[in-house]
Design a binder for this molecule. Structure first.
Ligand SMILES: C[S@@+](CC[C@H](N)C(=O)[O-])C[C@H]1O[C@@H](n2cnc3c(N)ncnc32)[C@H](O)[C@@H]1O
Length: 267
């Protein structure tokens, strides 16, 4: 991945930009909930870890919620960490590392989150259990952690639709002047996001001492709809309808992404 990822996010506010904004707002909600349970007046000195922080945009968006806390960003890509170091003004510690083998002691953090990383792990059957186990290990008892992944069921649906609309994403990226990304997408479409079953991740969280507090969903309506319908007013109506769908029990499980928030119960 390169810094170009955020060019795509910024150029597609109704699609990748939307997922990104929703994910950040769910992390902000989780942090507020955590702080409201743990903060005493005048105290705000928690240790917060963003795994797969890329250029540090998520940290930047939530930093004001807990200004006295220590924010640490970790990413497997030295290039991303270099970019993050040159771009950030806020006091963030940044380091290169792998979610499957975190360079921190047990219980080192109060609040941990990982956005858009699980779906990029190679050899998932081993990679995801190692990642979940490590996140739970570095979260202290009573601390909070949040995991995001793309969902298997939604991608099954998209797979079927894309047979009828081949190349929809590529043409969208070309329209938006993102041809370099569109070439990558064409050659390795599945490396962009390989989904998981939410039940699989939830079971792992429980088995490593987590108690699930909530599971939220992002975007039920398949993204090809937003690519094909290029009128912004229609996209905005669809987005509002989609917000309702992500709250409907049963149907929301078809969402593209799920975000699981949990509390670490054991030491
Ligand atoms: C799609 S980006 C998401 C960045 C950021 N979390 C966000 O939501 O804006 C995925 C990031 O995860 C990083 N990454 C991929 N595999 C990783 C691993 N095993 N450990 C830590 N970071 C990883 C990539 O280098 C990349 O910066």
């Amino acid at each position: 991945m390169s810094g170009q990822y955020y060019d795509v996010v910024d150029a597609t506010p109704f699609l990748y930009g939307y997922y990104h904004t929703k994910e950040i707002s769910l992390i902000r909600d989780a942090l507020r909930a955590f702080l409201s349970n743990h903060d005493f007046p005048g105290q705000n000195n928690h240790r917060i870890l963003d795994i797969g922080c890329a250029t540090g945009r998520a940290i930047e968006s939530i930093h004001a919620e807990a200004p006295g806390s220590l924010f640490v960003g970790l990413d497997i890509s030295p290039k991303m960490v270099r970019l993050a170091k040159t771009r950030r003004n806020s006091p963030i510690e940044l380091l290169v590392g792998d979610i499957r083998c975190l360079p921190f002691r047990k219980g080192a953090f109060d609040f941990v989150y990982t956005l858009e990383v699980l779906e990029h792990l190679a050899r998932k059957t081993k990679g995801i259990p190692a990642a979940v186990s490590e996140v739970m290990r570095v979260t202290r008892a009573g601390g909070s952690c949040t995991f995001e992944s793309t969902s298997f069921w939604h991608f099954q649906l998209q797979e079927i639709i894309s047979r009828g609309l081949p190349g929809a994403h590529v043409s969208l990226l070309q329209q938006r002047g993102l041809t370099r990304f569109s070439k990558t997408y064409r050659t390795s479409p599945l490396s962009v996001a390989e989904p998981s079953r939410p039940g699989f991740i939830s079971e792992l969280i429980r088995s490593y001492g987590g108690k699930i507090e909530s599971t939220s969903w992002i975007r039920v309506i398949p993204e090809q709809t937003f690519v094909v319908l290029s009128s912004d007013p229609i996209r905005s109506i669809l987005t509002r309808a989609d917000e309702l769908l992500t709250r409907l029990p049963g149907l929301r499980r078809l969402g593209r992404e799920f975000v699981i928030r949990c509390v670490k119960t054991t030491g």
